[in-house]
Write a protein that binds this ligand. Structure first.
Ligand SMILES: Cc1cc2nc3c(=O)[nH]c(=O)nc-3n(C[C@H](O)[C@H](O)[C@H](O)COP(=O)(O)OP(=O)(O)OC[C@H]3O[C@@H](n4cnc5c(N)ncnc54)[C@H](O)[C@@H]3O)c2cc1C
Length: 248
């Protein structure tokens, strides 16, 4: 894996998805180091002198593809103090610093996997999903929950991949607006499943082929990850079959 490097970036675009969820595109001032889908970066909106100490920052999964070395995307949700500061500071043209790449939340290519994303946790899987091809024969199940259908990020890419790739199964959860989402999805040639409420293992389990042999990857808010980890263990999933992108 590449050694982490600190890179100055300009904010190229900011998309406000509503619900204080944002996608941000960054233009680094030089090509970023090689990274793998699932890795993350540190981002600071504070002043940084490369000769000095790294300032306060937060970490975000890299949502863009590793093939793009001159552009980066992250998605964040405003939670506490620092993401509130980011919401005020991040605007087109603004300078920010990142350091990357970090982490080992990298999906094993030769395993049958279940990817579970809550909210902006989808960022950890976005590049992997975008790079899937129809040659993939091992099952990949994406379980993705958000507060409302508008906050299902990357939905067009996910639906496009779902249409093209028979091995990809998609299950959406929406806390609000699930019936309207289900009605919209039913018009698709190969409709993903859709459930109301929060991600729930009892709903997912019967949909999985051979769940005991699946490798589960969980990314999202700590409360979601803790609940799903305990539900998986209660169903006999051993710790080596559960991988967590541990958010704080
Ligand atoms: C691997 C990983 C990937 C993540 N990916 C995403 C993502 O793609 N999108 C997303 O929205 N969120 C992501 N997060 C969560 C994100 O990094 C923040 O923790 C979250 O947004 C809350 O930050 P906050 O400052 O708003 O909240 P706060 O409640 O203010 O702080 C959250 C946590 O940050 C730590 N912290 C507090 N002060 C400092 C400090 N001075 N210096 C360093 N750390 C401090 C504390 O442990 C605290 O619990 C990810 C987290 C991890 C670990």
């Amino acid at each position: 894996m590449s050694l982490p490097r600190k890179i100055r970036c300009a904010v190229e675009s900011v998309v406000d998805h509503g619900g204080r969820v944002y996608s941000v595109e960054l233009k680094p001032d030089r090509p970023i180091p090689v990274f793998q889908p699932g890795q993350f970066l540190h981002l600071t909106v504070d002043e940084f002198d490369p000769a000095g100490f790294w300032p306060e920052s937060r970490v975000f999964s890299i949502a863009s593809s590793p093939t793009e070395r001159n552009r980066l995307r992250i998605c964040y949700s405003v939670k506490g103090r620092y993401t509130q500061k980011m919401e005020r500071a991040i605007a087109v043209g603004r300078e920010v610093w990142i350091k990357l790449p970090y982490g080992d939340f990298v999906i094993e290519p030769d395993q049958e996997v279940v990817l579970v994303a809550g909210g902006t946790g989808i960022s950890a899987f976005a590049a992997f999903l975008a790079m899937l091809t129809s040659q993939r024969t091992l099952p990949v199940t994406l379980v993705y929950g958000a507060r409302s259908p508008d906050l299902l990020l990357f939905d067009e890419m996910i639906l496009g991949q779902h249409r093209r790739i028979p091995a990809l199964q998609v299950v959406f959860f929406a806390e609000n607006g699930a019936p309207a989402l289900a009605a919209r999805l039913e018009r698709q040639s190969r409709a993903p499943q859709c459930f109301p409420g929060r991600i729930s293992l009892p709903e997912i389990w019967p949909l999985l082929s051979d769940p005991a042999n699946r490798l589960f990857y969980l990314a999202g808010p700590p409360a979601m990850v803790e609940t799903l980890c305990s539900s998986l263990r209660a169903r006999g999933a051993t710790p080596d079959r559960i991988r967590v992108d541990a958010w704080e």
